[in-house]
Design a protein around this ligand. Structure first.
Ligand SMILES: CC(C)(COP(=O)(O)OP(=O)(O)OC[C@H]1O[C@@H](n2cnc3c(N)ncnc32)[C@H](O)[C@@H]1OP(=O)(O)O)[C@@H](O)C(=O)NCCC(=O)NCCS
Length: 174
């Protein structure tokens, strides 16, 4: 497995893979969504300058030729110095350390001045919560019945974050 920056011409392939994960209902994105809609969303993110890192299954393929089986998105929030992540991996490629590879790559790709990376996860998503805890993220809170889904259900989310002291500028000289 290899992590590389996603490009505009990856969007169609990533959109098809993302559709599979959206249908599992682990993400904020809600089914039904077409692969084309999801690809368009990914292109918009790239155009906005968000960082998208793709997971390539390079088993037996030269670099840049293997299928894309996962993605992590690193983007600024409205709070200065706080960025957020979201990620997914196709079902057949989970449980082999690829999630950790993506999280570590996103941390590495954070711009200077980022003092915190945050995320939200469904409380039932034990695999994801475990991955984030292993990567140094801590629980900051629970949003109770925060998101109304299309079927009318309200879902809670856990807020997790990791601090990066090197992203905190020194205090101004007095
Ligand atoms: C969450 C997800 C990205 C994890 O990726 P992954 O490649 O399976 O994770 P890794 O193999 O790198 O595992 C990282 C840690 O999580 C643990 N983990 C993985 N799957 C697990 C599971 N089903 N239950 C409990 N722990 C699990 C691993 O044991 C590992 O911990 P360890 O270092 O103590 O062994 C993947 O399951 C996924 O894409 N799920 C669907 C989409 C999703 O939930 N995205 C996150 C939304 S917030």
């Amino acid at each position: 497995m290899r992590v590389r920056p996603a490009r505009g011409d990856d969007a169609a392939e990533l959109g098809r893979a993302l559709k599979v994960v959206v249908e599992e209902d682990w993400l904020a994105l809600e089914p039904p969504m077409t692969a084309a809609e999801l690809a368009a969303g990914l292109r918009t993110r790239l155009d906005e300058g968000q960082k998208l890192l793709a997971l390539e299954d390079d088993d037996g393929a030269s670099a840049g030729e293997g299928p894309l089986v996962g993605l992590i998105n690193l983007r600024p929030t409205r709070i200065d110095g706080v960025w957020s992540i979201g990620l997914w991996i196709l079902p057949g490629h989970r449980g082999k350390g690829a999630g950790r590879l993506l999280v570590d790559a996103a941390i590495e790709a954070r711009p200077p001045g980022v003092h915190k990376i945050e995320l939200e996860v469904w409380p039932e998503n034990e695999a994801a919560i475990r991955l984030y805890e292993r990567a140094g993220f801590q629980r900051e809170g629970l949003r109770r019945d925060h998101y109304r889904r299309r079927d009318g259900r309200l879902r809670s989310s856990v807020i997790m974050a990791r601090l990066f002291p090197d992203g905190t500028p020194p205090p101004p000289d007095k």
